[in-house]
Design a protein around this ligand. Structure first.
Ligand code: MG
Length: 277
């Protein structure tokens, strides 16, 4: 039975507490401390804006409160194919499965320039094929730059084509792959490339955790990620779609979410203070 008075009391208590937290009894911080170089803030400045409150997911990997959920296991309504039509991949049992040769899928929305992306995938079990033919997909940032998705569990292939490789450029630092059929996670932190007047100002920089293990650490890309060629940059807008690759294998995906992020201090510190000057 619903206990209305008790709920009301709890609500009032919560509101009062929240109000109390907003207005501390004593001033917080200092104004008589040195200014932090590159900023307008004093050390421990009480006036410095508070971080936005975000409620984390219940367990690690769950979407936090401010994430944009791109796939929650129910439908691919946030995705399209290359022609702009509905994504043709199969959705069942809480996951999406590549329907081989129906094509890559793209998010309808575009993201950037900086973001945090979480996705989960499982490679086919039992596995079939070998090297690049086994459990191959890919997550293309801005629709152009491939973070390789591959069944790299006891499956030798060229190093710059393994799971979490920047395809054709940078191998993962380590191989943190789980066996076929098991769910695996990618957490990708991307600082998008900046172009000015069609020229590259700042490359795409990517950090990747594979199953919680760092496999790319602030890797600056030399360009796009073509097959059998050295990639170069071609100017594009600061936002772009995400693309998941149909490489002919029935890969499974679930729990995909993204948060556009504001890099800490990017607006005020930029490249950082000049140490010692
Ligand atoms: Mg691939």
């Amino acid at each position: 039975m619903i206990d209305a008075p008790r709920i009301l009391t709890a609500l009032v208590a919560t509101t009062t507490l929240a109000f109390a937290e907003d207005k501390p009894k004593h001033p917080i911080g200092y104004q008589d401390t040195p200014v932090i170089p590159g900023t307008k803030w004093h050390v421990h400045d009480g006036e410095r804006p508070q971080p936005t409150v975000v409620t984390p997911g219940e367990k690690l990997g769950d979407a936090p409160s401010d994430a944009i959920v791109l796939f929650d296991g129910k439908d691919l309504s946030k995705w399209r194919n290359a022609k702009g039509e509905d994504a043709k991949w199969k959705v069942e049992n809480g996951y999406a499965e590549v329907a081989p040769r129906t094509g890559d899928i793209f998010t309808k929305d575009e993201f950037g320039p900086d973001f945090q992306l979480h996705l989960e995938f499982a490679t086919p079990n039992p596995p079939s094929g070998d090297s690049q033919g086994r459990g191959n997909s890919g997550c293309f940032l801005f629709g152009k730059y491939e973070i390789q998705i591959l069944d790299s569990y006891q499956n030798p292939t060229y190093a710059d084509g393994g799971a979490t490789a920047i395809y054709g450029y940078m191998p993962p630092r380590v191989n943190a792959s789980r066996p076929p059929g098991q769910w695996q996670t990618y957490d990708i932190l991307a600082e998008g490339p900046r172009f000015e007047d069609g020229k590259l100002e700042k490359p795409l920089v990517v950090t990747v955790l594979h199953n919680g293990v760092v496999t790319q650490n602030h890797t600056a890309l030399i360009g796009e990620t073509p097959h059998k060629q050295v990639g170069t940059y071609h100017a594009h807008p600061e936002k772009g779609p995400l693309k998941l690759q149909d490489h002919g294998n029935p890969m499974r995906f679930r729990n995909i979410w993204i948060r556009e992020i504001h890099m800490p201090g990017a607006d005020e510190i930029g490249e950082g203070p000049k140490i010692g000057k």
